[in-house]
Design a protein around this ligand. Structure first.
Ligand code: WT7
Length: 640
């Protein structure tokens, strides 16, 4: 058929904005991204759009800007000055509203607090906070003075917090007395105290009051934010930072036990986010944008803080649990603030499906224009439910594929350019400037409908700068698998029309309720328990959460497998990593199935956990014989 070798968007698409943008980005990527960068305000223009020395991309080198200036100051000169920047809703029902001018005031005061504590450009500041306005305020305050923030999700344990602070060498930790979750006050300061005891570099701790619960304060080290604010200045001139100055470090799980500190630049990250939120969501200054993620994940960094504020939009931020005090809490919030763009995860959608449509019917959701999905593959059933019941068949579902590493959306329907015909379960096409493809084991383009690996073939401005303190791992994790291509770790297929379907991780990373966890990280936690000799962790498909954690453990010779020990082990993992890693099931076994080279055969374990046959063995990755695998499977099945 003539034209079949052309990219999809040139063959069928009747619209031309997306097509035009893709064409320009392909013909001259530097000119394309230079034009996009020109839409932001720079203190100094860049010398070069891209300096690409694989695997390092330096975007907009020589340019100077400030992310806090872009998100706050630039809105003060016009009418946006007195428009809403943040609608905040606390779990108990208290609210806070910040206009751009109030946000400006708070960001400046907090920046002054940080400076007085001795924080300088390039210093790392750890933020361990609940979902309160102070979290974006501290992020923007760090950006203002050129400090690098590292946000640690408030569900992480003391150990996880300490590991991250040690890895970044954080000088200051910002936390709260506590945070509200499902009616309970989580003792954040208490957890933070344990972490600081293990942290080698933290000199000062700033504590904000949220729950008013009693906490212990160590003189000379711990300071109440309220006290520090009393003497704060109201103007801190934003630092002119280089485009390649790191804006933040955010940890994410990989295939080893140690999480990776993903480092993002100021210039590339801001330019990329600014462009893609318009392309995918059609975000504007009058949007009321609600992303339900926690700021502790990259989704929160980009979709709660940096992108909506760069547009002068209003963002909605909610502190607590989605089903508290009733399961219509989210829909109540949508109605109350007139949310226009709503962005959530498939896990949340599946949970609401279970609760039933009657909870939605109680609320007026007609302000919604665009619905987004992120974090894990969305099954067509959940997609259709979302489309019919939340969007009332009026709103497109923008399924966005991206990662902590990519900085922002990569594959998604471009609602802000021309909407492609949607297919439930497909993130559709790469956004302009993104050269994504699906390749086979050898790195050759996969055939249509053939499962392969998702790769990115050209650098893009939101690309990570590297892994903090570990250039070797940056090289091996992303660039060694396929020469000259960024390896995403995901399986994907392209259908005959070129639509991308993301199938999930190809590596030892699992996604529990959209949260990324490394099986090796959990295994390390399991074997740190005194009763355990060896362990293997797998993800098991789950109808709501996507995947759940299943643990196989071999106990030490003198230990007796009991139900109590299972509970103890689950608790041990919660303390080591955090509640998100809590196992669904713990199996005590006497042997783990391994290949000849000693690699654990996770496929066998997964089949056992799922109660299904081990399946097609013709494509065994390693040298183990089919018979061996079958034998291991049969033996283990008897045990669990
Ligand atoms: C992994 C990245 C992107 C922000 C939140 C997650 C999976 C993400 C989708 C999607 C299918 C998706 C991938 C990816 N993923 N979005 N729309 N469809 N899978 O960031 O924690 O770095 O996780 O999430 O497996 O590699 P993250």
């Amino acid at each position: 058929m003539p034209g079949l070798s052309l990219p999809f968007e040139e063959r069928y698409w009747p619209f031309f904005k997306y097509r035009e943008a893709c064409k320009r980005s392909r013909q001259d990527p530097e000119a394309f991204w230079g034009e996009e960068a020109g839409k932001l305000e720079w203190f100094k223009k860049w010398d070069r759009v891209l300096e690409w020395e694989p695997p390092y991309a330096r975007w907009f080198k020589g340019g100077e800007l400030n992310a806090s200036y872009l998100c706050v100051d630039q809105h003060l000169t016009g009418w946006r000055r007195s428009k809403v920047a943040i609608y905040w809703e606390g779990e108990p029902g208290d609210t806070r509203l910040l206009s751009y001018s109030l946000l400006y005031r708070e960001v400046n005061r907090v920046a002054s607090v940080l400076k007085k504590l001795g924080v300088e450009k390039g210093d790392r500041v750890a933020l361990y906070l609940p979902m309160v306005p102070e979290l974006p305020i501290f992020m923007l305050a760090c950006a203002r003075i050129g400090a690098i923030h590292t946000v640690i999700f408030s569900g992480f344990s003391a150990q996880s917090l300490a590991d991250r602070m040690n890895d970044t060498g954080a000088k200051v930790l910002v936390t709260a007395d506590g945070g509200f979750r499902r009616g309970k006050a989580i003792p954040l300061k208490e957890i933070a105290d344990k972490a600081v005891d293990l942290a080698r570099t933290v000199e000062k701790v700033v504590v904000m009051k949220r729950t008013q619960q009693p906490v212990s304060m160590k003189p000379g080290r711990d300071f109440w934010l309220d006290d520090l604010l009393k003497t704060a200045e109201t103007l801190v001139v934003p630092e002119h930072v280089e485009a390649t100055h790191p804006l933040f470090i955010l940890y994410t799980s990989g295939t080893t036990g140690k999480p990776k500190g993903i480092m993002h630049s100021t210039g590339g990250y801001m330019v990329f986010n600014h462009s893609v939120y318009q392309w995918a969501f059609d975000i504007k200054e009058d949007s009321v944008y609600w992303c339900t993620a926690d700021v502790g994940w990259v989704t929160g960094h980009s979709s709660i803080v940096y992108a909506p504020l760069a547009y002068g939009a209003a963002l909605v931020m909610y502190e607590g649990a989605p089903d508290y005090p009733e399961v219509d809490r989210w829909w109540e919030i949508v109605e109350k603030y007139g949310v226009t763009i709503f962005y959530t995860s498939p896990t949340a959608i599946r949970m609401f499906m279970k609760f039933g449509e009657q909870w939605l019917k109680k609320h007026d959701l007609t302000t919604l224009k665009v619905l987004g999905s992120v974090g894990e593959p969305i099954n067509p059933e959940a997609w259709l439910w979302y489309y019919h019941n939340v969007g009332n068949q009026r709103c497109p579902i923008i399924d966005t594929w991206w990662q902590t590493e990519t900085g922002s959306l990569m594959i998604a329907p471009a609602a802000g350019l021309d909407m492609p015909p949607l297919k439930p379960g497909s993130a559709t096409f790469p956004l302009p400037g993104i050269d994504a493809d699906v390749v086979d084991e050898q790195g050759q383009p996969a055939r249509p409908e053939e499962r392969g690996y998702l790769v990115i073939k050209k650098p893009w401005p939101g690309m990570l700068m590297g892994i903090y303190g570990d250039p070797q791992r940056y090289q091996t994790a992303y660039w060694d698998r396929f020469k000259g291509m960024f390896f995403t770790g995901d399986y994907a297929v392209k259908d005959r029309e070129g639509y991308f379907w993301i199938l999930g991780r190809s590596d030892e990373v699992i996604k529990v309720a959209g949260h990324r966890l490394g099986t090796a990280e959990i295994e390390d936690a399991v074997i740190s328990h005194h009763a355990v000799a060896e362990s293997a962790v797998v993800g098991k498909p789950d109808p709501i959460k996507g995947e759940v954690v299943i643990i196989f453990a071999i106990l030490k010779a003198d230990r007796v497998p009991t139900t109590a020990l299972k509970g103890e082990l689950a608790e041990h993992i919660r303390t080591a990593i955090g509640p998100l890693a809590t196992p669904e099931q713990v199996y005590f076994v006497s042997k783990l199935p391994k290949t000849r080279s000693g690699k654990i055969m996770r496929r066998v374990l997964k089949a056992i956990a799922m109660g299904v046959a081990v399946g097609d063995l013709s494509t065994l990755e390693d040298a183990a014989s089919v018979d061996e695998v079958k034998k291991a499977y049969e033996e283990l099945k008897k045990e669990v």
